[in-house]
Each structure stands twice: as C-alpha cells, then as structure tokens.
Design a protein around this ligand. Structure first.
Ligand SMILES: NC(=O)c1ccc[n+]([C@@H]2O[C@H](COP(=O)([O-])OP(=O)(O)OC[C@H]3O[C@@H](n4cnc5c(N)ncnc54)[C@H](O)[C@@H]3O)[C@@H](O)[C@H]2O)c1
Length: 598
C-alpha cells in the first residue's frame, strides 16, 4: 500500500511515519511531501535512517503548488493521503494569517483536486479540536457547530469543510480527524510543553499566559502523539467514509497544572513562571467527546498521563542536541574566511543570502527562523584595504548597509545579533594603556576604518554584540591569515600592534554567545607584536630561505593609498568577564608549530 503523508517532517507527521514504518505487520510505502518550513527543519526523521529505505520517498514541495502536487500524484498514484501539512502555531496565525490560508486551505484544495484526478482509496484530513472554539460546559461531539476563534483554527475549519464538500460533491472517500493537543517527542519548541521544558533545561523562565481573572487557567485536553497516530491509522482502516471523528486524550488540564507538573519535575518553584498577557481571542477550554471513536473499538495505549508526561520531559532532557539546534539556531552571514571558520567550528548554518536583497533576506529569515545571527560580511579589500579607497560604494554597502539591515531585521524579529568589527579604528597605544572599548576611535585615515566606525556607531543603537578583531593570525593555511599575507611581502614594518589569534577569537565568541552578551568587546590577544616579529619567526621556524627587508612607516605610507592603523587595544573588558587569553607572542609560536606539523 502506498500512502502520502504531507507534513511528514513536522511533529505529528514524523511520529506518524515512524509509527507506520515500525509496524512489521503493515506493508506500507511512504511518500512524504513537506516544504520543510521552519517547523519541518528539525531533522525529526534522522533517527530513522530513511536514506536507503526503499519504502520511503521524500518530496520537498509546497502543497500550495498545484502543478507539483498533481505531478507527484500522477507519478506515485497513492492509495491513501494523510494530510498533516499545515501552519500550526496559533500565535503566528495572528501575525501572518495569509500563510495559514495558503497552506491550510489552498494546500488542502490542491490535494483534494489531485485525489479527484488520480483517485485515492482514502483521504484523511487531519483537523483539530480547536475548530469548535471554546467549550462552555459539555464536551463537543462531532455534530456540534464550528466556531473557531483564531485565524489558525478558522483555516483548519475551512480546510475540513472544503474536504467534506469534496466527499459530497466528488465522492472523495474522506475522513476528518479532530484531535486534541498532542504531547510527545519532536514537538517544535515554540509550543507550550517543549518550550517550558527546554527553557527550564536552559535555566530560563517560562512564559505563561496570565491575567488576574485567568491565572493560567485555560484548559486543554492532552493526548500522547503516538496514541493520536494510532487513532489516525485506526480510523483510516476502520472509520466510516464521510465521517468526522474526535480524538480526545481524556487528560483535561489547565495550563497552570501542566506548568506545575513540569516545574515539579525540575524541583523548581513558581518564581520560574514569567506571567505574560493572554493572546488575543485566547480560547478558555477545549473539550471533545470521543465516544464515536471508542465505539469503533479504538483502545488507548498511552493512558497513564503522569507516567508518559514524565517520560516526555526526560526525552527533551536527553535530546538537547535535537532541540538546541532549532531553538538556538545560528546563521552566519558571509561566506568568507571568518564566516567559514565560525560555521565550521560551531556547526552553524552558513548562508550566501545577500542582505542587500531585502525581500530574499526576509524570506530566508521567515523560513529559517534563526535565534542568533552572526554577521561576518565585510569588505576588507583585495588584496588589502587599499582597494576600499577606490571602491567606496561597495565598501559602504558591505560594511555599513549590510550590518544596518541585519541589525534592524534582528531587532524586529527578536534575533540576537553579533557583528564582526575591527580594531583598526585607533592609532597608537593610548599612553601605554591600550585602547578600551569606551575610547572614541581616533583613526579614520582609511576608508575601510571609516566604514567600520560608521557601522559601530549605528549598531551601538541596537542590542547587539560587536566583536573587534584585529589582524587575524591563524593556525590554518589561508590567504587571509596575516602570516600568509606577510610571507608574500618583500618589506615589512616593525611597529607593535594588537592582533587576534583566530582559535582564541572562536573561543571568546562561544563564551560571549552563550551568555548572550551585548556591547562592544576588543577580541585581541594581550601583548603586541610587529609584522617584522612575524616574518622573522616564520623564517626561523618554517622557511629559512625566506627573504625580506624592514621598512619604515613613512616608506609604507608612500606605497599604499590608505594609511594603516597601528594600534594597541587592551583586553580589560574580556578579563572582567573572566576570559584570559594567552599573549600574542605565545600564540604566534603556536601557529607556527601547527603550520610545521601540517
Ligand atoms: N500539534 C497538535 O497538538 C495538533 C493538535 C490537533 C491537530 N493538529 C494538526 O496536526 C497537523 C500536524 O501538526 P504538527 O503539530 O505536527 O505541526 P508542525 O507545525 O509540527 O508540522 C507541520 C509540518 O507541515 C509542513 N508544512 C507547512 N507548510 C507546508 C506547505 N505549504 N507544504 C508542505 N508542507 C508544509 C512543515 O514543514 C512541517 O513539517 C496539522 O494539520 C495540525 O493542524 C495538531
């Protein structure tokens, strides 16, 4: 039997695929159609190792794309369709209702049309108890009128009405399921239970909707996701065509009760609750009767709520890797030297998205929903900053406009923003003290430096982290590594400078990022070193045949179009954070040792 599962990368869809493939009694081939929106990008299926499974095929396709959906149905000729794909978060539907209509209604329409053209044996429309609206006293049965309150639930009500109309008009063999709230593994951590559990694991407060007359008292019924999957499969085999079935959990609990259960499991008290206002149109209670389902003979397996709820809490505790990548998703902009170094070191997503193409940027952010963005886009010149003097437009776009756009988008979306800046905005050693983060830049004699100062001044108005790097030396062979640059020059100057050992920079980035630090930080190694020191050490340790001369600053200025900043920054602020880095001379030594080994 061939089944199409739409939304198979999401919470319930992925559990459903797992459930079907695990059942040795069923000979089922699965076609998963999922757009992998933000909610489907959590690699929920990875643990099943489906790549070489002949019984599984994946189409990364939008169900609102009619042509592609028809094409898939034509090629696959499925027996059953399970339509899980949906925009599913109520809060998002209040902000962006159009996306909900597109996927939940138009997407369902396309699947129904395709099922009409390439007849299926069954079409299971996955709906929700939210279509009834808030329950007063009695539980709703399937005959009760629909009264959805949010754009999410009204889009779900619309899609199931549409589906039922295809049964009546075109005879599509259809069943609608209306399940209550699911809990279980692989739920996107924007939803109450995984959000609260993961927040507490991260030692963050938990945001509970609250008011004086409704202190977290909203009631929801909870079903274990596997029982919902079992019920959906059961109904596809035993349900009556053209019928609607509620799938209750028989575990009606207030949000405060659920919250307290989670807090108890962590041995934490109510002070961890952060009271936030109720969402608009917040339904007080969902409650449905399940007699129609149980009359068919369905039996629950996960009926000990406390036991299974505790198991689910443990699952999130044990699977931090899974949710951390989603919750703290970090995207690095700038596919250059440092962007690559950062993304490789931490396994962050590296994107080529150009922030200057704002619509593309917004689309990218809508899709990926990162919680952290690191901007390593910047023009440093080819082969050096002299280039910036003759390419001021490009320099400004990359070094000023890009960080401004990113900072603004991050601010609007609540994304933590980190910007890589430069220490080349000072000249001298500030009377032996070295420049601190508070000192006003005193060097803008190169357009490069100028652009970095402008960017910093703008970014200081945003809650961002600005890391000033200076003349990076590295233990890898790369053209942007200062050691590589200097070994190509015949003449070098002998003026002490602050420099950054890149592996130390990565370490500092990791620490400040985990603290979500804000503000400017000099990320250089203590001490100072000159270009002459570097090439001399290079000659001594790596290439004895290397020849060079020493030149004065005046000579250097004669051959360059942009003056070079020579300066020493201090690292007192890092020390205050408890971050002590090795002296730069020691780090040069380490670089050359690593070079030698390679
Ligand atoms: N989670 C619950 O408690 C609950 C309760 C009742 C009903 N439901 C319904 O169950 C279904 C699944 O819910 P969930 O919690 O797994 O949601 P989810 O948000 O975790 O997953 C939805 C999946 O649909 C995919 N998707 C979204 N738009 C798409 C598009 N245009 N084309 C193709 N794929 C697209 C996403 O990438 C994601 O993988 C939904 O229809 C939802 O309305 C959920």
């Amino acid at each position: 039997m061939k089944v199409i599962v739409t939304g198979g990368c999401g919470f319930i869809g992925s559990n459903f695929i797992n459930y079907l493939l695990m059942d040795p009694n069923e000979d089922i081939e699965i076609i998963n159609i999922d757009l992998r929106t933000y909610a489907g990008r959590g690699n929920n299926l990875d643990h099943m190792e489906l790549k070489n499974n002949e019984k599984y095929k994946f189409y990364e396709v939008d169900i609102s794309n009619k042509e592609l959906i028809l094409e898939i149905f034509k090629n696959e000729l499925p027996d059953i369709v399970f339509n899980f794909a949906a925009e599913s978060h109520v809060d998002n539907s209040i902000i962006k209702p159009d996306e909900f209509l597109k996927t939940n209604v138009i997407g369902t329409l396309n699947l129904l049309e395709a099922s009409k053209k390439y007849p299926v044996k069954k079409f299971i429309q996955i709906s929700t108890d939210e279509v009834y609206g808030s329950a007063t006293q009695e539980s709703f049965d399937e005959k009760c009128k629909l009264s959805p309150s949010s754009p999410y639930s009204s889009s779900k009500a619309s899609s199931e009405l549409l589906a039922l109309s295809y049964y009546k008009t075109h005879g599509i063999p259809l069943i609608v399921t209306r399940s209550v709230n699911n809990y279980g593994p692989y739920q996107y951590p924007e939803k109450l239970i995984p959000l609260f559990i993961t927040n507490l694991i991260e030692r963050k407060k938990i945001p509970l909707m609250w008011s004086e007359d409704n202190p977290g008292s909203n009631i929801r019924d909870w079903i274990h996701v596997i029982d919902n999957c079992r019920a959906i499969w059961f109904l596809s085999q035993n349900g009556k065509i053209g019928e609607i079935y509620n799938i209750p959990g028989m575990n009606e609990k207030s949000n405060l009760e659920i919250t307290k259960k989670i807090l108890d499991k962590f041995n934490l008290d109510d002070t961890w609750i952060e009271k936030i206002p109720h969402r608009k149109g917040h339904d007080y209670k969902y409650s449905v009767s399940g007699s129609k389902l149980t009359k068919l003979g369905f039996q629950y397996k996960y009926d000990n709520f406390d036991k299974h709820f505790n198991e689910v809490i443990d699952w999130y505790k044990e699977n931090k890797d899974w949710w951390d990548k989603i919750k703290n998703k970090t995207v690095v902009f700038g596919n250059g030297y440092l962007g690559n170094r950062i993304s490789k070191e931490f396994g962050f997503i590296l994107t080529n998205t150009n922030p200057l193409e704002i619509n593309k940027l917004k689309k990218f952010l809508d899709l990926e929903r990162p919680s952290i963005i690191i901007n390593s886009i910047g023009k440093t010149g080819y082969p050096n900053i002299d280039w910036c003097e003759n390419n001021k437009d490009e320099t400004l776009y990359s070094n000023v406009t890009v960080p401004l756009i990113l900072a603004q988008e991050c601010y609007k979306r609540g994304i933590y923003f980190i910007h890589l800046s430069s220490g080349c905005i000072y000249e001298g050693d500030n009377d032996n003290k070295g420049f601190s983060e508070e000192d006003i830049p005193n060097f803008d004699d190169s357009f490069y430096s100028k652009s970095k100062i402008i960017a910093e001044n703008i970014l200081k108005n945003f809650p961002s982290l600005i890391l000033r790097i200076r003349m990076p030396i590295d233990n890898i062979d790369h053209e942007r590594n200062l050691i590589n640059k200097l070994k190509n020059y015949n003449s070098v100057i002998d003026i002490p400078n602050s420099m950054t050992y890149v592996p130390d920079f990565l370490k500092v980035l990791g620490i400040l990022l985990s603290k979500k630090a804000i503000g400017v930080y000099n990320v250089v190694n203590p001490g100072s070193i000159s270009a002459l020191d570097i090439v001399s050490a290079y000659k001594e340790n790596i290439n004895r045949a290397h020849n060079f001369e020493v030149m004065s600053l005046e000579e250097l200025n004669r051959i360059t179009s942009a003056r070079r900043s020579n300066c020493i920054l201090n690292t007192n602020k890092l020390k205050k954070e408890g971050i002590y880095l090795e002296d730069i001379k020691k780090r040069l030594h380490d670089c050359l040792r690593d070079y030698k080994m390679k």
